[in-house]
Design a protein around this ligand. Structure first.
Ligand SMILES: Nc1ncnc2c1ncn2[C@@H]1O[C@H](COP(=O)(O)OP(=O)(O)OP(=O)(O)O)[C@@H](O)[C@H]1O
Ligand SMILES: [Mg+2]
Length: 396
């Protein structure tokens, strides 16, 4: 099916001249013009996939507040913002408001069309998946894991989660580093309630209680279950309870992203088994790769999580004489994602804002958005009766 049959295109712009111009620019996609979001909302029926082009008259605080409302209430609406001048602060604010792409007015017709088609295809693919799984909501569990500390697990987990949330998905991040978890710090969310209280909600499968315990990351809409504030509280939570929490969250969210601790214990094994996807994070230095290789072998990680593993090479451009092919051979796992070493990451960490929202177009920000996007696409494909199968070799 071609674009316009899979999704509708509408253009919202108060100024009549711009509105007409937009209609002409997007002529092949038959856009329906609206002078305000209210006018559009009046006509919005079900939740059909739709690309909403916001004209330059909406490239301001009020327009972006509307964008945020629209993406929260209509997850099947993908917004493309057209701005007279696309500044970095505006772009950041737009992405935080759930806008999927933003372009400057100087862009040519083809660029605008491509942006609309890209967003439309993504939305339509997600819509197909939603129809297939209606009634049996079962969120996808993604864990970030490594056998070594400090390689970027929490950066990958918090950014993947916030990126998915900023794109209208219902996402919760769980900090399962019960002793030294720092997800709440990375997101600047005060840890009012933690996994200790959440364990109390699982007995009665009490989704309302769980809902009330989750903090909210205002910038992205991401929900957060932080680690206990007292490291000693870690002993109060069993692997079974942790899995119970995750299973309850599966009934409430599209994605459950879990940040794992750098060691291996019952909780970690249970969560690796429960996971649908394991983001195995390695940083590009010899100790990290060596540690990971030994870790994979001793844990028999491939037997435990084999086809679920996706290797994330962090700091992939660091100035070390390591070849990506050598790393793949050593680990017996192909590299799925590469996140470059980028000053924007520690800067964002210090500001307590995920880099995907703070500097979305920085090299690391873009690479982390790409990790999240891969779940949106492959999630849609997973309704396929023949799920993605990959074979893994034992490390050399
Ligand atoms: N791509 C990157 N470029 C630059 N700095 C990075 C990058 N990824 C991570 N860092 C830096 O490395 C630090 C450690 O990252 P992070 O906290 O995510 O590691 P971790 O694996 O979760 O550590 P731990 O094992 O302690 O939980 C971060 O504070 C961040 O500033
Ligand atoms: Mg961490």
């Amino acid at each position: 099916m071609s674009g316009p049959e899979r999704y509708r295109v509408v253009a919202v712009e108060p100024d009549e001249r711009f509105r007409t111009r937009l209609t002409i620019q997007l002529a092949g996609l038959a856009p329906a013009p609206f002078e305000s979001l209210e006018a559009l909302l009046e006509q919005l029926g079900g939740d059909d996939p739709m690309v909403v082009v916001f004209g330059p008259g909406l490239a301001n605080d009020t327009g972006l507040a509307h964008a945020q409302r629209l993406t929260r209430t209509h997850p099947m609406a993908g917004i493309v913002l057209l701005a007279e001048e696309l500044t970095l602060p505006l772009l950041q604010q737009a992405l935080r408001s759930g806008v999927r792409d933003a372009i400057g007015l100087e862009a040519d017709d083809a660029t605008l069309r491509q942006a609309v088609e890209r967003v439309g295809d993504a939305i339509a693919t997600i819509a197909t998946r939603s129809v297939g799984t209606e009634g049996a909501r079962r969120g996808r569990v993604i864990v970030a894991f490594s056998t070594k500390g400090g390689v970027g697990k929490s950066v990958v987990a918090t950014n993947t989660a916030s990126s998915l949330a900023s794109k209208g998905q219902r996402v919760v991040i769980v900090d399962s580093d019960l002793q030294f978890g720092d997800v709440a710090v990375l997101l600047s969310v005060p840890p009012l309630h933690t996994t200790v209280e959440a364990a109390g909600a699982i007995a009665g499968a009490d989704t309302q209680l769980m809902e009330g315990l989750l903090a909210t990351h205002e910038l992205s809409g991401l929900r957060v279950l932080p680690a206990p504030v007292e490291p000693s509280a870690a002993d109060q939570i069993t692997a079974q309870e942790m899995v119970g929490i995750v299973q309850l969250l599966r009934t409430m969210f599209d994605f459950i992203v879990i940040d794992l601790p750098p060691h291996f214990d019952d909780v970690v094994v249970a969560l690796l088994e429960e996971a649908d996807d394991v983001l195995l994070v390695a940083s590009m230095d010899i100790p990290s790769i060596k540690n990971l290789k030994v870790g994979i072998q001793t844990l028999d990680l491939l037997a435990l999580a084999g086809s679920k593993i996706r290797l994330v090479l962090n700091r992939a451009n660091a100035k070390v004489n390591l070849d990506i092919g050598d790393v793949e051979r050593a680990l017996g796992v192909p590299a799925d994602f590469r996140v470059p070493s980028d000053i924007s990451v520690p800067q964002a960490v210090n500001r307590g804002i995920p880099v995907v929202l703070d500097k979305p177009k920085s090299p690391a920000g873009a690479a982390l958005h790409a990790i999240a996007d891969s779940f949106l696409v492959s999630d849609a494909e997973s309704s396929d009766p023949e799920p993605r199968r990959r074979t893994w070799r034992r490390p050399e």
